[in-house]
Ligand binder design. Structure first.
Ligand code: AMP
Length: 279
C-alpha cells in the first residue's frame, strides 16, 4: 500500500493509472476504520483495479459545537487495517492541503438535504458534497463506494453525480452491524456501556418497523408509532427523528412500499447515533 498526502501527487498517480487503463475504485472515509468501512474496500476491489481509500476528517461538514476536534484519528491503526484489507493507495491529505483557504464556492445539496440529517445538521450535506466533489476531481475514480449507513448522504452524492455529470458510478453497500444489531460507526467508541445499551434501541425500533411491515402493515404512521413507543421515555435516550421515507427523494411516505426506507437518529448520552433500514 502506498500512502499519499498531497493533492498533486494523488492527481498525478490517478492520471498515470488512467493512462494505463486501470479502473480506479474509491472509498472515501473519515477514518477510525471498522468492518463497515472495510466491506466497502471489498466491494471496491471487486469493481476496480486500483483501490484508493481517503481518510479525511472534513471540518466543513461539522457544525459549531459538534465533535470535529475530538473525532477519533487513529491513523497508524487505520493504515494497518487498510493495508491488510487490500487498499492500494491511502490518501490522507492534511486539512490545510484540502482547504488552503476557506472555500468561496461550495456545492448546494438542494431539496434532498431539507429533512432528517439535513435539518438536524445545517450545512452538513453542503460540507459533504463539497469535499466529495473535491475528492472526485483529485482521485478521478471510475466507481465510488458508499455505505447505506449514511443513506441520505449516498442519495445526495448520487444526485450530485447525476446533476453535475461526474463520470462516476456510485455504489452503495449494506450496513454492517455488531452481533446485537447496533450499526457499526466510528462514533460508537464514544459510547459508555450504558449509552450503548440505550443506543441499541434505535436499531431495535427500526427492526420492529420492518417486522410489522413484513407482517402486512403498510401505514407509515402506524409503523412509526411502533418505533416511537420503543424510543420514548428511555432514560438517557433522546429520539431525534424516526420516519418512513422514499429512499430516493427522502420525502415522507404515507403508505410504505418495498424499497422505501425508515430513517432514524437518536442521542444516547452525548453521542448522536444514526441508522436506517430498507423495507
Ligand atoms: P465515515 O468514515 O463515517 O464518513 O464513513 C465512510 C463511509 O463508510 C460512508 O460511505 C459510510 O456510509 C460508510 N459506513 C460507515 N459505517 C458503516 C457501516 N456500519 N456499514 C456500512 N458502511 C458504513
Amino acid at each position: 500500500m502506498r500512502s499519499i498526502d498531497t493533492i498533486q501527487k494523488m492527481i498525478s498517480t490517478a492520471n498515470k493509472a488512467r493512462l494505463t487503463g486501470e479502473r480506479i475504485a474509491f472509498v472515501p472515509t473519515m477514518g477510525a476504520l471498522h468492518e463497515g468501512h472495510l466491506t466497502l474496500v471489498d466491494e471496491a476491489k471487486r469493481r476496480g483495479d486500483l483501490v484508493v481509500m481517503s481518510i479525511f476528517v472534513n471540518a466543513l461538514q461539522f457544525g459549531p459545537g459538534e465533535d470535529f476536534e475530538r473525532y477519533p484519528r487513529p491513523l497508524e491503526e487505520d493504515a494497518r487495517l487498510a493495508k491488510e484489507r487490500g487498499v492500494d493507495i491511502l490518501f490522507t491529505p492534511p486539512q490545510a492541503e484540502m482547504y488552503s483557504a476557506p472555500p468561496v464556492v461550495t456545492v448546494n445539496p438542494g431539496i434532498l438535504a431539507k429533512e432528517w440529517e439535513g435539518s438536524a445538521r445545517p450545512h452538513h450535506f453542503e460540507g459533504v458534497l463539497t469535499v466529495v466533489a473535491k475528492l472526485f476531481h483529485i482521485v478521478q475514480p471510475d466507481v465510488a463506494v458508499f455505505g447505506q449507513k449514511d443513506l441520505q448522504q449516498a442519495g445526495i452524492v448520487r444526485a450530485m453525480v447525476r446533476d453535475l455529470n461526474f463520470p462516476i458510478e456510485v455504489v452503495m453497500c449494506p450496513i454492517v452491524r455488531e452481533p446485537d444489531g447496533l450499526a457499526m460507526s466510528s462514533r460508537n467508541r464514544y459510547l459508555s456501556p450504558r449509552d450503548r445499551e440505550v443506543g441499541l434501541k434505535l436499531s431495535k425500533a427500526l427492526f420492529a418497523l420492518r417486522d410489522a411491515f413484513n407482517k402486512g402493515e403498510r401505514r407509515a404512521s402506524a409503523l412509526e408509532a411502533i418505533g416511537w413507543r420503543m424510543l420514548e421515555r428511555v432514560h438517557g435516550l433522546t429520539p431525534r427523528y424516526l420516519a418512513a421515507v422514499n429512499a430516493t427523494t427522502f420525502q415522507r411516505v404515507n403508505l410504505v412500499s418495498p424499497g422505501d426506507a425508515a430513517v432514524g437518529a437518536v442521542r444516547a448520552g452525548e453521542t448522536r447515533l444514526l441508522d436506517n433500514i430498507i423495507f
